[in-house]
Design a protein around this ligand. Structure first.
Ligand SMILES: [Zn+2]
Length: 588
């Protein structure tokens, strides 16, 4: 890793700009009126979630459509096309289909319960070929063609879904950018909305020239409805003197949400425009989202306000490492001397419903407090390469690894129950954009110690040990976490434990609908699992809700069974390569 560090440092000496993060807003030239898509379901389209709303670590990239509280609604292709990608997973989108359409757009249907017979056969063939339940297969263009309005499967609650619904996306096929489906007139016209957006509060910040928030220098003001008028601070000009900081600027954040007719669900705001004395300061509009940048949600919103008070605040300014293309206009940072005046925030939804908040700021007075970032030695900055080099613990972070200046917190706790000290680097609650390199020196161990079974562990905010992984290299273990916290070395030599739940050796399974097992791993986690009936692979799926592995006895597996004794074999492997295998005779 030292070699890599040197290379990186040299690289960043020669490339002085952060142009890669500063890409300009590029509006799509899509004629949203010109499409006439078939709806994905024939029931009333009611939203449980909209495009662009804030979720954990990402903006929501589609519509969540209600399915009447049940699974099994029939789903239809919105346009002619072909199945371009099939995904099956206990996590994420669960069972999902992607259809590429000849018009350059793709549609995606997630959390499905099942696919239509033809698609299901294709999916099963791919699972069989890969010997894996989990599938993420890009299918050839000539795989399965579908017509507009053709049945493609049933809605469900699969993957990381908490209630039955359809997750529906439209993407630009070439870039894979997700488009706001409600911009398409054919969909918007099917979803009634006369409800205005909500503005709940505003927040004022002292920020640096690069848009970094100065710790402890912000204040929140709730909005109140006085008669017909929305006001903050009882309608009086806000005094920002207490926020004054040397070498800093003033910036704004807004707590805005939207609701649609027919549902109580709180959705995201589409468009906000912010002016001072009728001059535009900042404008945000969520037309499309780039998946490569979607995690920068953590810097678009005031992450600390969310973490501590569960409030989603849209920052109406950005740091220099924020590449999100949702800012139409970005002069949200203003000078203290010029801040007195009248401000207007207009929040608009895709249907054109509007809410306006007017407020005023007074002229700040008093003296400027010290800017803590002036003592730069105490902080790592997100727009630099950052390294920490200790004899036994080292860190390398590329630019844009984290979002706000990071206090240089490093502690070595030698009173540890692990084979190394506990190394605290940063805090678990601080969000991280991308993986960074950590390496921990392997302490003196007995000669036959299995060093290749060592890995990095992270103690999370609930004091629970989580597995990061890593490799043994020249006396160190190198890993790539995407969290700060307390790091240790752990050793995983134990293979997963396989336990049958509803069968045993010699069991008669003729009347069984499936066979169920538990596969547990002590540390690194089950990374692969396979089952074989009489030497042939059979599908074994993971049910994440029941935390069970299930072998369905269905049209795919029963032809492999013969009358009398059958051999079932299950093989499981953990992330550190420890493997276990068990076999049983079952009677059919
Ligand atoms: Zn969704």
């Amino acid at each position: 890793m030292i070699v890599k560090m040197t290379r990186l440092l040299l690289f960043f000496c020669f490339t002085s700009t952060l142009a890669a993060w500063g890409q300009a807003y590029q509006p799509k030239s899509i004629d949203y009126d010109s499409y006439d898509f078939h709806p994905p379901m024939k029931i009333d389209l009611i939203l449980a979630g909209n495009f662009g709303e804030m979720r954990d670590n990402h903006f929501h990239t589609g519509l969540d459509l209600k399915t009447g509280g049940v699974e099994g609604q029939r789903l239809y292709a919105i346009e002619d096309g072909y199945i371009s990608r099939i995904r099956i997973s206990p996590w994420g989108y669960g069972l999902a289909l992607y259809i590429d359409h000849p018009n350059g757009l793709s549609s995606l249907y997630g959390h499905m319960q099942s696919f239509s017979a033809e698609i299901d056969s294709l999916a099963y063939e791919k699972q069989k070929k890969n010997e894996s339940y989990i599938l993420d297969e890009f299918v050839l263009e000539d795989s399965i063609f579908v017509k507009k309005g053709q049945f493609i499967g049933l809605s469900g609650n699969s993957g990381s879904s908490s209630a039955a619904h359809l997750h529906f996306e439209i993407r630009e096929t070439a870039t894979e950018h997700a488009l706001n489906p409600l911009l398409f007139t054919c969909f918007r016209s099917k979803i009634a909305d006369t409800t205005r957006p909500t503005i709940t509060g505003i927040k004022l910040y002292a920020v640096t020239e690069k848009g970094y928030m100065i710790p402890g220098k912000s204040s929140y003001y709730p909005c109140k409805l006085v008669g017909e008028k929305l006001v903050v601070n009882e309608g009086n000009p806000i005094d920002v003197s207490a926020l004054l900081t040397e070498n800093s600027y003033l910036a704004f954040g807004f707590q805005t949400t939207d609701k649609l007719n027919g549902a109580g669900n709180v959705c995201g705001i589409y468009h906000t425009n912010f002016t001072k004395d009728d001059t535009q300061l900042h404008e945000m509009k969520i037309d499309y989202l780039n998946f490569d940048h979607n995690r920068f949600l953590n810097t678009h919103q005031d992450y600390f306000e969310f973490d501590q008070n569960n409030k989603h605040i849209h920052k109406h300014f950005k740091t220099i490492i924020n590449p999100l293309a949702i800012y139409v206009q970005n002069n949200g940072i203003i000078r203290w001397e010029n801040c007195a005046g009248n401000y207007n925030l207009t929040a608009t939804d895709v249907h054109g419903n509007k809410t306006i908040l007017a407020f005023a700021l007074g002229k700040p007075s008093g003296s400027y407090a010290k800017n803590p970032f002036d003592k730069t030695a105490g902080y790592f900055f997100p727009d630099s390469v950052n390294v920490l080099l200790k004899d036994d613990f080292q860190v390398l972070m590329e630019p844009a690894t984290f979002y706000e200046p990071l206090q240089k917190l490093f502690k070595r706790d030698t009173v540890s129950t692990y084979i190394t000290a506990l190394y605290q680097f940063g805090e678990y609650a601080i969000p991280v954009q991308q993986k960074f390199d950590v390496r921990i020196k392997v302490p003196a161990l007995r000669a036959d110690f299995p060093v290749y079974k060592l890995a990095i562990g992270l103690i999370n905010d609930k004091e629970k040990l989580t597995y990061i992984g890593g490799d043994y290299v020249d006396g160190w273990v190198e890993g790539a976490p995407r969290n700060f916290g307390k790091f240790v070395l752990v050793v995983d030599t134990l293979a997963p434990l396989i336990t049958p739940l509803d069968f045993m050796e010699g069991k008669i399974i003729t009347k069984f609908k499936n066979l169920q097992l538990e596969i547990a791993d002590n540390l690194s986690g089950v990374s692969s699992y396979k089952a074989y009936l009489n030497g042939k692979w059979v599908l074994m799926e993971y049910d994440r809700r029941q935390m069970r592995y299930i072998i369905p006895l269905d049209k795919h597996s029963t032809p492999l069974l013969r009358t009398g004794n059958n051999k079932l074999r299950v093989v499981a492997r953990d992330a550190k390569g420890n493997e276990s295998e068990m076999g049983w005779t079952v009677v059919y």
